[in-house]
Write a protein that binds this ligand. Structure first.
Ligand code: C2E
Ligand code: MG
Length: 702
């Protein structure tokens, strides 16, 4: 306290009894009767602090407490009360005193801190602009926490709401170092590296800010998350003299938001980062790699033949397999490396700081081995091998997006070479990537630029060789590469999500074309088969589009056959079954495409959904010489007859194939022997000839 001049106002009993230290201080004045109270007139006599006994002496003086404190302004007043009369101290603070002391409960050190504090606060208050005084007095009583600091960072005021939020006891006053620890952890849990980012620091340097989210961490309490507003405090001459922050507890709402964010960022099935989070993490890792000149690689992992696991063992097993793959990935990555689920059976990994570029291969090799080990799921033993593409930064790509694409292209190459291996992205794959990107870019505009076309391949009834309808096959008239078959762009349509709008266009165009032919040639039974991609089956939008096309054209729904090529319907999820059910309700026919290949099992046709199936051209191609295929075709047709299901054979190229199919009582056939897929106007000519009895089809057919 040395250096401060203290004016003591009261009977002197507290001073004598408890504040004995004061007596040794210079410039102490004792006024033993309040009636004698008068502020020192000598201008050179500066009072730093007034100690005011709050007790009977005030009443005796004929003043009220607030009158007295008002009169004492602008001096900082510290009220003195006894512990058993503490309420008097509280009343004094309410009336404007800076603080109060329980004289029988304070150490010399505490007393000194408190007096020092009151002096500083009094000085600042006396300098505050009128506006700030008003604002602060309002803030004191709001439910938000309020903390006032002077320009040196001393905490001058903490309102009751702040004390209760932060768990600070009523008379406890944080020391100046508190400014450095108060909310020094940002919302992500990282300490602010720069002290200029600390909320109290920002406020007292005059920065105005709102909604800074930071964590208040104290040893006694769990972390709380605060949303903080702050600004400078100015004197009447607009000179900065401190700062004030207000804050509220947003722990609960932040928790809820972060749970929602977490849900949006993590894959439900595996708990791994999803596409967007992984891409974001990879971008950050690229930044680190750039700064440290450390290597970085992205791995794209796809499980070979996952689809057949799903189809043969069911979606639950497929899901369990994906979860186990995710666990194996996580367990086998080094600390610092991270992974995510890109979608379906695709996973992505980022390797950081792995030393010479070749080391990425060692990591990929390790993942290859652990992911190829046996999976035990329920009672089943499942084997799955991965194909892994590796793209090293920055050679393969400089952004997260390009790097992942490059890894994807390399993975595709690994798959093409038989799977169960890894493949580095190389510049020779660069052309492929560039082409893929170009195609993807082009596909985004293909619809509006009217570049899609449908070709129609005739289908005949094998009983009489008559045309019964067509299969609609998508083509893309690419401005640079010419007419492209689906194999060139369908995978891109599917992986980019563009399949939905393209698929809608196909349904709409095919239906309108069929309606036109039916009408023009008076062939009401003419039918059309439309191919669907698996992705289309998960959106209810498909049902709406189909229904709209039917109403728009007035077509008999029985003339439409939707070809599904996705494996076993038995094990599809309920939501997909629901869409199939709704499609059937519309009256359209459902057909299983590519029947007889690995992806389709026999049992899937006996579930009431399917009206027909299409024998895959791979079976037909060598049916003349392949006994096994002959047996399969025969058995499939016999089974279909038993189930009252129609069978179409696809890819019929030779008369012998056709004869064989007829001998098995196959219902319908389609193939180059009968006709290649053609544009609509050529089909019109065929229809005309059909009606005239001069069929252009089936020339040379048995
Ligand atoms: P798909 O449904 O099996 O269609 C039959 C494919 O076999 C067609 O190929 C057709 O041109 C070809 N083809 C027909 N007869 C013969 C033959 O005698 N010999 C040989 N070697 N091939 C024959 P395309 O048009 O290239 O279509 C390939 C696949 O693309 C289709 O197989 C179908 O799965 C898919 N696709 C075609 N259009 C669409 C579409 O609009 N949407 C969807 N989601 N997929 C489509
Ligand atoms: Mg088809």
């Amino acid at each position: 306290m040395s250096g401060h001049s203290i004016l003591y106002l009261g009977s002197g009993e507290f001073a004598a009894e408890y504040l004995s230290e004061l007596q040794t201080l210079p410039c102490c004045t004792y006024l033993t009767r309040s009636s004698e109270f008068k502020l020192p007139e000598d201008a050179s006599y500066i009072v730093d602090l007034v100690l005011l006994e709050v007790g009977p002496i005030i009443a005796q003086s004929g003043h009220t407490l607030s009158e007295l404190i008002n009169e004492l302004a602008p001096y900082p007043v510290v009220a003195l009360a006894r512990r058993d009369r503490e309420h008097r101290g509280v009343a004094a603070v309410r009336a404007g005193a800076q603080a109060y002391v329980c004289v029988d409960d304070i150490s010399v050190d505490d007393q000194e801190t408190l007096f020092n504090h009151a002096v500083k606060r009094g000085r600042m208050q006396s300098r505050l602009s009128n506006t700030d005084v008003t604002v602060l007095s309002i803030l004191r009583n709001i439910n938000d926490g309020v903390i006032v600091v002077d320009q040196a960072g001393h905490i001058l005021d903490i309102n009751p709401a702040a004390r209760s939020l932060l768990g600070i006891r009523p008379r406890m006053q944080p020391d100046p170092s508190w400014e450095q620890t108060f909310c020094c952890v940002d919302e992500l849990g990282n300490s602010y590296r720069n002290s200029a980012d600390l909320p109290l620091m920002r406020a007292r340097t005059g920065e105005k800010f709102a909604n800074q989210v930071a964590i208040y961490r104290s040893p006694e309490h769990p972390d709380i998350v605060l949303s903080i507003n702050g600004q400078g405090l100015y004197d009447g001459k607009r000179e900065l003299i401190g700062g004030v922050i207000t804050f509220r507890d947003v722990t609960e709402s932040t928790r809820r938001t972060s749970e929602l964010e977490k849900q949006a960022q993590f894959d439900d099935l595996t708990g791994l980062a999803n596409r967007s989070l992984f891409a974001e993490q990879l971008s950050r890792a690229i930044g680190r790699s750039q700064r440290k000149s450390a290597p970085l690689a992205a791995l794209f992992i796809d499980l070979d033949r996952f689809k057949s696991v799903n189809d043969t063992l069911g979606h639950d097993t497929g899901d369990a397999l994906l979860r186990q793959v995710a666990q194996r990935l996580q367990r086998n990555l080094r600390i610092g490396d991270f992974c995510g689920r890109w979608g379906g059976d695709e996973f992505v990994v980022c390797l950081e700081d792995f030393g010479p570029a070749g080391n990425a291969a060692a990591a990929a090799q390790k993942l290859l081995l652990v992911l190829s080990e046996k999976y035990e799921i329920g009672n089943s033993e499942v084997y799955a091998t991965p194909s892994i593409g590796i793209a090293v930064y920055p050679e393969a790509g400089e952004t997260a997006e390009r790097l992942i694409k490059a890894a994807d292209v390399a993975m595709f190459e690994a798959k093409k070479r038989g799977g169960g291996r890894f493949q580095y992205y190389s510049s020779s794959l660069n052309t492929k990537l560039a082409q893929r990107e170009e195609l993807e870019g082009g596909l985004r505009h293909a619809l509006v630029r009217n570049e899609f076309a449908l070709h129609y391949q005739p289908r005949i009834d094998l009983m009489n060789n008559r045309l019964i309808g067509f299969e609609a096959l998508l083509r893309w008239q690419h401005p640079r590469y010419g007419l492209l078959p689906p194999a060139r762009f369908l995978p891109i349509l599917e992986s980019s999500g563009l399949i939905h709008s393209a698929g809608e266009w196909v349904i709409d165009t095919a239906c309108r074309q069929l309606a036109a032919w039916q009408h023009r040639f008076e062939l009401p039974d003419l039918s059309i088969a439309i191919n669907l991609s698996p992705q289309q089956l998960v959106h209810k939008r498909l049902v709406d589009v189909m229904s709209k096309a039917l109403t728009g054209t007035g077509l008999d729904p029985g003339c439409i056959e939707l070809e599904i090529c996705d494996g076993s319907l038995m094990q599809k999820r309920e939501s997909e079954h629901d869409i199939l059910r709704q499609l059937r309700k519309l009256g359209v026919r459902l057909s299983l495409d590519h029947f007889g290949t690995r992806d389709v099992s026999f049992e899937s046709i006996d579930n009431g959904f399917i009206d027909s199936f299409v024998l895959d051209q791979a079976l037909i191609a060598d049916v003349e010489d392949n006994n096994s295929h002959q047996r399969i075709v025969r058995a499939a047709i016999a089974m279909a007859q038993g189930l009252d299901i129609e069978v179409t054979a696809e890819g019929v190229e030779t008369v012998r194939q056709l004869e064989f199919l007829k001998s098995c009582n196959c219902n319908l056939a389609q193939g180059f022997l009968i006709s290649r897929p053609m544009q609509a106007d050529k089909i019109s000519a065929i229809l005309r000839s059909e009606i005239a009895g001069t069929s252009l089809l089936s020339r040379g057919m048995p």
